[in-house]
Each structure stands twice: as C-alpha cells, then as structure tokens.
Design a protein around this ligand. Structure first.
Ligand SMILES: [Ca+2]
Ligand SMILES: [Ca+2]
Length: 101
C-alpha cells in the first residue's frame, strides 16, 4: 500500500502528464495546457484570483528556463508555492479554531 505522501506524488506526476500530453511536447505544458490544468485542477485557486492575466503571469513566473513551456520541475515549483500558501491558511485556521475553544 502506498502512503498518503507517495499517492500525492504519484497524482502530481499523473496530472502533469495528463495535461502535458495534449499537444506539442508531451513532457512540457504549453500555455493552453497549463490553462486547462489550472481551470480543471486548481479551480478554487483561480477563483480567488480576480486578475484575468493570472495564467500568463504564472506561466512567466514558472518558466525559469525561458523556453515558453512549463516542464515538470517548473510545474512542481507552482505546486510547492501553492502548498506553502495553503499551509499558512491551515495554520491560521487552526489558530482561529483553537482560540474559539
Ligand atoms: Ca505539451
Ligand atoms: Ca520552461
């Protein structure tokens, strides 16, 4: 039985490749593939971003080697960044619930 963390890593890889293989290079996300992935897999996150240029901005921020595509390494930095933000919210949430008791 894989652990929760192993399952999370596997999902990360599977999701990346599901979207990356839609067009062009199957190992990288084009702008359209990244947009699809974010709309389907990160819908709640996108909803909280009012700025419609978000995908373009994220694409530019992620594309550290400047080839106009997002590879797995670059994609993982997005997930790590979001996870850090989520963990902060989780801590605040825990503090609030603890304060209520
Ligand atoms: Ca691709
Ligand atoms: Ca790149």
């Amino acid at each position: 039985m894989p652990s929760d963390l192993e399952k999370a890593m596997e999902s990360l890889i599977l999701v990346f490749h599901r979207y990356a293989s839609k067009e062009g290079n199957s190992n990288t996300l084009s702008r359209r593939e990244l947009k699809d992935l974010m709309e389907n897999e990160l819908a709640d996150f996108l909803k909280s971003q009012k700025d419609p240029a978000t995908v373009d901005k994220i694409m530019r921020d992620l594309d550290s080697n400047g080839d106009g595509e997002v590879n797995f390494e670059e994609f993982v930095s997005l997930v790590v960044g979001l996870s850090i933000a989520c963990e902060r919210c989780y801590q605040m949430y825990m503090k609030k619930t603890a304060a209520k008791k």
